[in-house]
Each structure stands twice: as C-alpha cells, then as structure tokens.
Design a binder for this molecule. Structure first.
Ligand code: ZN
Length: 409
C-alpha cells in the first residue's frame, strides 16, 4: 500500500479516531507485523501533541505458544506490575488506539477450556479498573491487513495481492482516498448516523420484532427512556471520538433479561481467534438457553458461560444491507467490518451511554435500570436482505424499522 495513503489513515486514527488532546498520553496496541503502520500512528500522535506514546506489541504466534505451554494457573495470573500499569492508565486516562490485524482463525486448535478459564480470571481481576475508566477516555479500534487475514479473505490471490486488496477494501470503508479529506468525510458521516439515531429515539419503542425466512423470530424489549446512538461518542468535557472505524451502525442497549425467541446468524463469527459458523441462539426469559453451530459449537457454548451476564444481550444494532461495507460483497471475517455490513446484536456487557444521565449513575443504578453487565461483549450478525424488523411503540403503534434488510424509516 502507498505510504501516503497509510500516513493519511494513521493521521485519521489520531484525529477522528481518538481525537488526541495536547499533553495526553497515547497507547497503541499493534501486532509486530504492523510495525510500519504503528510507527506512523505514533508519529502522528506526537505531532498532535501527545506527551508520551507507548506501543503494546502483540503477536498471534507468541500468543499460541503461551496458551500451548503455560498452565491454566499461570495463564490466569494478573501480576502486580500489570495492575500498577492499569492503575496508571486509570489515573492519567491516555487515549488508546487498537490496530486489529490478527487472522480470524489464528488461535484454531488451542484448547478452548484453557482460553475461557484464563480469560475469565484475568477479566475478573482487571474489571474494576476497567469499569473505573469506562466512558472517561477516548479509544478507537481500526484495522490493517496481516498476511494471514488477507489470505483468509482473498484465498485465490497470491499473498502480496491479497494484502493489497484487503488494504484497498479497508481504506474504502474508512473514507480514505487519494484526494479527499477523510476527517471532513467522517464528520459528515457521523452527523448522518446521529440523525438516524434520533429518529429511532423519537419513536420511543417498547420492543422490536425480528423476522426472517432463515428461522430468525425474535423479540427484544428496550429500556424506557434509552436513546439510540450512531456515529461517535463524547466525553464529559465534549471531546468527540469514534470508537470504531469503520462504523455504519445505530445501536441501543437492550433491557437486561427481556428477550424471547431465536436468532440465526448470517455471517461467520471469529470468537477469540476461532471461527464459529452457521449458528443459531435461542433465548428464553432474556437468556440464551441453547446454541447450535455447524462449526465452533464448543466455543459458542463456552462464550455464553463466561460468567454472569454472558448469556444475555448487551446490544441491538441496525445496519442496512445498503451500507457500503455490505455492498462491497466482501466477507471480512472480522467483526469490526462484518458487524457494519449487517444488523447485529451482542452477547454480554451493555452500554451505559444509551441511558440519559448515565454519568451521574453508579454501576448498580445502571444495572437496576436494565443495562446488562458481563466480562464479554461479542457481536454477531443477523442481518440479511430478507430480514424485517418491526418496532412497537409504548403507545401501541406498529412501525416498520427494517424491511428486506434496509431502513424503512
Ligand atoms: Zn455494534
């Protein structure tokens, strides 16, 4: 990929992604394979006035070795220095830029029980600090291709051609082209999504009914007074940032424990580096009670038992099949992209920011309101060209929200 375009993308991550503030620290999560792009992001962060930049390097191959050779007890440990580092982040609130690039099935063959148990213990140990930081700092997730990921998306191509093709596809979804101003493009895009979200909020929906010939027949209730969100988010001081690049969704946090029926997936899902394909989840009294998957059944079963709240929903999101990512026809095997090509829901943790006044509420109060809490938040895709979603307002009116996969409002 051309260096000038990569540089433009790196600058976009710092400006529209996290909107880094002068004097703020900046953490970059990146795979060692992406050192060139990570370096560009670091340089752009310094240019924007970062006080310091730290890259937390990762490597899927080393990760595999770790899971293969270390015991569950060892993998579950959180060392004192890790907590100290996290505490430092909670105290100083640096911006975080995560560069996703791993192969969607890069952890295939690793014992799922080992991964689930150790991730649960580590997640539980770190959760209080993470909760303390939530909604107080800017973060963004964006992606650059790795060789393995590109080959998964374009298996017919030679590796270098596959990487180039995936680069092009990614840059298109995040509005980076040779001669445009991507920051301005993001501002316009955010305003459009915000307007759509407002239309849904104004409907004051009580519940949604999803129906598709593929077997999806599902009802989910919404928290009274909750608002739909699209585009970026703002901190208490108004600093506006975009947590996901790309984004095409308008989302809400559903009422904890209030949904019924069956959801059939329409795209494969990468769960902790293993692919789960052709699956369905059935809910009763708000909880996932059974799952069926052609591939990855065990991963899916383990996912919904990742502690309390993992079997309940934390997100409902609308994305029309007319979305540019959906129109590209590319299956990315990466949720950051695939969730922005189809209506989706997420298992696990809900969003506080959908509840007006959330900044003055405790986690306990938010939970009482009906926001789900969990160690996980995993989106899965249920949108298709034959999905219909009907909304029912609190005063009993029926509203077509999605018809044949596209917006009806
Ligand atoms: Zn989403």
């Amino acid at each position: 990929m051309k260096k000038t375009l990569m540089r433009k993308y790196a600058r976009l991550a710092v400006q529209s992604g996290v909107n880094l503030q002068k004097g703020q620290g900046c953490i970059i999560n990146a795979s060692v394979e992406q050192h060139e792009f990570a370096e560009m992001v670091a340089e752009e962060a310094y240019r924007a006035g970062a006080k310091w930049v730290t890259v937390e390097w990762g490597d899927q191959a080393l990760n595999r070795l770790k899971y293969r050779h270390e015991t569950i007890t060892q993998l579950s440990r959180v060392e004192e220095w890790e907590k100290t580092r996290m505490q430092f982040y909670a105290d100083t609130l640096p911006a975080r830029i995560s560069i996703a690039s791993g192969a969607p099935d890069g952890m295939k063959g690793i014992n799922p029980a080992k991964m689930q148990k150790s991730r649960m213990s580590r997640g539980t140990a770190m959760k209080p600090l993470q909760d303390a930081m939530a909604n107080k700092y800017q973060w963004t997730i964006l992606a650059v291709p790795s060789k393995a990921w590109a080959k998964k998306v374009f298996p017919q191509e030679r590796t270098s051609a596959a990487v180039e093709k995936l680069w092009n596809a990614i840059l298109q979804t995040v509005h980076v082209t040779e001669d445009n101003d991507p920051v301005a493009a993001w501002e316009a895009h955010d305003r459009e999504l915000e307007a759509k979200a407002q239309v849904l909020t104004d409907l004051d929906l009580d519940y949604l009914h999803y129906e598709s010939p593929n077997g999806t027949d599902f009802k989910v209730w919404l928290i009274p007074g909750s608002k739909w969100i699209g585009g970026g988010e703002a901190l208490a001081d108004g600093t506006y940032f975009n947590p996901n690049m790309p984004t095409e969704e308008v989302f809400n946090t559903p009422w904890r424990g209030k949904c019924e029926g069956k959801l059939v997936s329409t795209k494969p899902l990468s769960v902790q580096g293993t692919l789960v394909e052709k699956f369905a989840i059935t809910f009763q009294d708000g909880k996932a009670v059974s799952v069926e998957a052609d591939q990855g059944q065990e991963q899916l079963e383990r996912l919904i038992t990742m502690g309390e709240g993992a079997c309940m929903l934390g997100e409902v999101a609308m994305v029309p099949v007319s979305s540019p990512i959906s129109q590209s026809g590319i299956l990315f095997y990466n949720t950051l992209f695939d969730e922005n090509a189809a209506c989706h829901v997420a298992l696990g943790r809900g969003f506080r920011e959908n509840i007006p006044g959330y900044r003055d509420m405790t986690d306990e109060q938010l939970r009482e309101k009906g926001v789900n809490d969990a160690l996980i938040h995993v989106d899965f895709m249920i949108g298709s060209p034959d999905l219909n979603v009907t909304g029912y307002t609190r005063d009993g009116k029926e509203v077509a929200v999605i018809r044949n996969g596209n917006w009806a409002i």
